[in-house]
Design a protein around this ligand. Structure first.
Ligand code: BTN
Length: 307
């Protein structure tokens, strides 16, 4: 209904009365009024004049009603502790694949290895529930795929060129643009779900953030829309998972990688591996040559670049 109301307001040159809207849309005037109030509450600037409603300004947010057919899968919140927890609850209850929890702000946003993820307004913070029909061994490739698809989306929309740090950080000149955190539930022979949590600096202020960060809006003159970023990413990932396109993802990831050839330290939850990053194995593992010449394949972890 909100999409229809907004459509009418956007197309009208003059204010639209509640009565006209209620007739056109087949709902009561009270219902129209309630929707208007809800829209105003989430940031729409809608003027109420004696002649009716006039849309002055629409906020840039991935509201369900601006996400077209995908809208029914979007759970939008002004504030959450973390979209990861809300998505976990939905996933465990059996929600549909691509159900996406979005929050304007997170009070306990988290990154990999239990770090905090600063989630101030203006960024895009979401967790997408995936139910890919892939082998368990292929699961780490989803992280690389998400990084590639997000990088391509940002390039297409805003001509922003990112570098990828293994496994899935998006950087611009060494500054962090986006981070991805995934959680999986699986049985030995089947993945139940992979929750992909993505934080993207879009309009938010990244000054003083450690390690250094940068926002999409600071890298382009074009007007940046969080809804378009989410849509673009969603479309790419859905296409990839519908076809059998995880196979080629390592080759798509490599040309953008800043990790390969560098000295790295990879911190896993239990261990640390240091050495030169030689490459990425077909399963997405980072191949590290240690001081002793041993080749170690690391599947999960956080990577710190040396020289
Ligand atoms: C990292 O680079 O360490 C991963 C950061 C992931 C942040 C996102 S924001 C949306 C989702 N909710 C969270 O609490 N974390 C992820």
């Amino acid at each position: 209904m909100k999409a229809k109301i907004l459509d009418h307001l956007q197309q009208a040159d003059t204010p639209v009365s509640g009565e006209r809207l209620s007739k056109r849309l087949g709902v009561s005037r009270v219902a129209v009024w309630k929707h208007m109030r809800q829209l105003q509450e989430v940031g729409y600037l809608i003027e109420t004049t004696p002649k009716g409603y006039r849309l002055v300004q629409a906020p840039d947010a991935p509201f369900p009603w601006v996400m077209g057919d995908r809208g029914s899968l979007v759970h939008y919140h002004l504030e959450l502790p973390s979209t990861m927890d809300a998505a976990m609850t939905l996933a465990r209850k059996g929600c549909l694949a691509f159900t996406t929890v979005v929050a304007e702000r997170q009070t306990k946003g988290r990154g990999r290895l239990q770090r905090r993820w600063q989630s101030t307004p203006g960024g895009l913070y979401f967790t997408m529930v995936l139910r890919p029909r892939i082998a368990l061994a292929e699961a780490p490739l989803i992280n690389l795929a998400a990084a590639v698809d997000l990088a391509d989306t940002l390039h297409d929309l805003y001509a922003v060129d990112v570098q990828l740090k293994w496994p899935n950080d998006l950087l611009v000149e060494g500054r962090k643009l986006s981070g991805i955190l995934s959680q999986m539930a699986a049985e030995p022979d089947r993945i139940d779900f992979i929750n992909l949590g993505i934080g993207i600096n879009v309009h938010n202020d990244t000054r003083g953030v450690k390690p250094p960060a940068v926002a999409v809006a600071a890298l382009t003159d074009r007007s940046v829309s969080r809804a378009r970023i989410l849509e673009g990413f969603w479309e790419r990932l859905a296409l990839r998972l519908a076809g059998d396109r995880l196979a080629g993802v390592v080759d798509q990831w490599k040309p953008r990688a800043v990790t390969l050839g560098r000295m790295v330290t990879v911190q896993t939850l239990t261990d640390k591996v240091s050495g030169r990053a030689l490459g990425v194995a077909p399963d997405g593992a980072l191949v590290v040559e240690t001081e002793t010449g041993q080749h170690v394949n690391v599947l999960y972890g956080d990577c710190f670049h040396g020289e």
